[in-house]
Design a protein around this ligand. Structure first.
Ligand code: AMP
Length: 301
């Protein structure tokens, strides 16, 4: 069993979906990732929160034995994201991004984190992603995620990160936006050409596509979910299930078959997250629910 290091946002989200609204509830890419990954392997978090971050919200990760040595609390307000989903539940519309304490975050990796084998650079400022990665001594397998906010505001820095990772997770719209391509397959190939050995393209209710130039494509459907309450965090939960599964197999470089299996774990974790607001549904997932859903996915395939 290896550990997974994640840097990403620890946030309060205000979200409106056709099912209702949730104001200033717990969110952030690192939170979703850590809860999902910790079902399979030990997780170490790097991030920053403000003084408004409640003990109850911190306890969500503590309950999962997530290592919070690299989580700082500083004066100011926690990162706040406001978004809405309209007819298309696969796509969030950002209304507000308030970086708050993340605007001046300067992560210095605790000594105990530097030997991490699996590293996930969750959605956050690409400069912070690079800063964290440069402090890990000998990472075995590095992944990243991003979003339109950073594609628009820090594209060159984002491309630098892409050159340094083994795998990138992107949603379909963002991949097309980054590569200025309208065809999904061409977009995946163009993302791979930017550096990563593997690409996972997330397509919401239409599942995901794993790609590598050497192995080609592996398509996974999404689990059929009737009550999609809030898609926020689906991508991070996918990556968490994916990386947690890889780390659980120990300190070895994952092969194509490992990545295919990890895709199924990611699919199951994201399908749970979307059934309630915030981390409410994800935090309830235990191994028996996971195993049941994984079996359902395999039978369906
Ligand atoms: P996703 O898995 O893509 O749905 O990620 C949703 C999470 O990303 C939310 O909980 C937000 O707090 C977080 N988020 C939104 N915008 C940003 C941003 N610009 N940087 C970092 N995290 C963000």
């Amino acid at each position: 069993m290896s550990e997974v290091l994640v840097v990403g946002s620890l946030a309060y989200d205000s979200v409106k979906t056709p099912s209702g609204t949730a104001a200033k509830s717990l969110g952030g890419s690192a939170n979703y990732f850590a809860v999902a990954a910790s079902l399979f392997a030990p997780v170490r978090v790097v991030g920053v929160v403000g003084e408004d971050y409640s003990a109850e919200d911190k306890a969500v990760l503590i309950k999962r034995n997530v290592d919070l040595t690299g989580m700082q609390t500083v004066p100011g307000k926690t990162f706040h994201w406001e978004g809405t989903y309209e007819q298309n539940l696969n796509e969030a519309v950002t209304l507000k991004t308030e970086l708050n304490v993340f605007a001046h975050f300067n992560p210095s990796l605790p000594a105990s984190y530097r030997n991490s084998s699996f590293v996930f650079l969750a959605n956050i400022d690409p400069d912070l992603q690079l800063q964290v990665l440069s402090q890990v001594e000998k990472p075995l397998f590095v992944g990243m995620d991003s979003m339109n906010f950073w594609i628009n505001s820090k594209q060159e820095e984002l491309k630098k990160v892409l050159r340094k990772v083994d795998i990138v997770f992107m949603n379909e719209t963002e991949a097309k936006m980054l590569t200025q391509t309208s065809n999904t397959i061409r977009a995946i190939k163009a993302v791979a050409a930017l550096g990563p050995k593997f690409v996972v393209l997330k397509k919401g209710e239409y599942g995901s596509t794993l790609y590598s130039p050497g192995h080609g494509f592996y398509q996974t459907p999404a689990l059929p979910i009737e009550s999609v309450v809030d898609p926020t965090g689906a991508g991070d939960s996918f990556a968490g299930g994916f990386f947690g599964t890889l780390a659980a197999a120990g300190a070895k470089v994952p092969e194509w078959n490992d990545l295919k299996a990890a895709t199924l774990a990611g699919t199951v974790m994201s399908s749970q997250t979307i059934q309630d607001f915030s981390l409410n549904a994800l935090a309830k997932v235990d191994r028996s629910l996971f195993d049941m859903q994984l079996l359902q996915l395999k039978q369906m395939m």
